[in-house]
Design a protein around this ligand. Structure first.
Ligand SMILES: [Mg+2]
Length: 305
């Protein structure tokens, strides 16, 4: 199935879910927001597949388990929420052994505990196919409410919480979900829109622009670039890596210029980098040091199937 078909499928499912009682935010954000008993619950799930999201030859079981939990934590962070409990479903390759399965779960447990998350259930199966790990995470929105992808306003400043690119060199397995950073940011300022950078800065920015019905300009020499991206040494520049590599799991968010100035003056301890601004005109652009403006393609990738 092509990227287009995947998006069409999601749109179709989205339509079906439209009238669910209590549903505040459905498909199309980092987590669903479901209101029950006066609380806004956040629900998200992510599947990691061997040979797509990790290679067994390159990652120990504990790191695979850690990543499976961490990508879900990152989606709760993107809503500025607090994670609570998780369900874990694993399809183990037959013959992988007890020790492998134990290490996989230890990796999940360790990072779950770090963020006060309890694994309260799940399912374990074995088959003669590669490893698949699915974590479903339940969290709750803060009193200020969940931060969605759809609240960006023209004039907003755009920030990221850390350098981007080259995560394939290691960060994609060992990144820190920005749960605490998101909560602190939301306590300090009024976050308009937020997403975690999983598909790549450009692709994830486009998700915010699509959901908010706005455009944006990124300033090329303001984009923080990781050392790993600078050392990739392939045909793509470090900037291209920072724009299009996925799985950095930093936060990309927008807020008013007033709040942006507060953040830059150190109103909270979270490191932030101003990378551009939101525009009314629905286009994504790059502004280069000589003042040239070019259009910003939707790099990054969506899963094709
Ligand atoms: Mg996400």
């Amino acid at each position: 199935m092509s990227d287009r078909n995947e998006l069409a499928l999601i749109d179709w499912i989205r339509l079906k879910a439209k009238h669910a009682v209590g549903l505040q935010v459905g498909i199309g954000d980092d987590a669903a927001v479901w209101q029950v008993g006066g609380k806004s619950l956040l629900l998200t799930t992510d599947m990691l597949m061997e040979n797509v999201d990790f290679l067994l030859s390159e990652a120990p079981a504990s790191l695979i388990g850690r990543k499976a939990m961490a990508v879900n934590l990152s989606d709760i962070a993107a809503m500025a929420g607090k994670p609570l409990v998780a369900l874990v479903a694993v399809a183990l390759p037959k013959g992988c052994g007890f020790e492998f399965a134990r290490e996989l779960h230890e990796g999940m447990q360790a990072i779950a505990e770090e963020f006060d998350v309890t694994i309260i259930g799940g399912d374990t199966n074995a088959w003669d196919q590669p490893l698949v790990v699915t974590v479903t995470l339940l969290g709750e929105a803060s009193e200020r409410g969940a931060v969605t992808r759809s609240g960006a306003k023209p004039g907003d400043w755009l920030f990221v919480t850390g350098p981007l690119g080259g995560s394939i060199r290691g960060k994609h397995m060992s990144f820190k979900p920005r749960i605490r950073e998101a909560i602190e940011l939301q306590k300090s300022v009024n976050l308009h829109a937020m997403i975690d950078v999983s598909d790549g800065l450009s692709a994830d920015l486009h998700h915010i622009l699509d959901e908010s019905g706005v455009g944006a300009t990124l300033v090329t020499d303001s984009i923080p670039i990781t050392e790993a991206a600078k050392q990739m040494g392939d045909s793509r520049s470090p900037l291209e890596h920072a724009l299009s590599d996925g799985e950095d799991f930093e936060l990309l968010f927008s807020c008013s210029p007033d709040d942006g100035r507060k953040l830059l003056s150190g109103v909270c301890t979270v490191p932030v980098h101003l990378v551009g601004e939101i525009n009314a005109e629905k286009a994504a652009r790059l502004q280069w040091p000589d003042g040239t403006i070019t259009s910003l393609a939707r790099f990054g990738w969506e899963h094709s199937f």
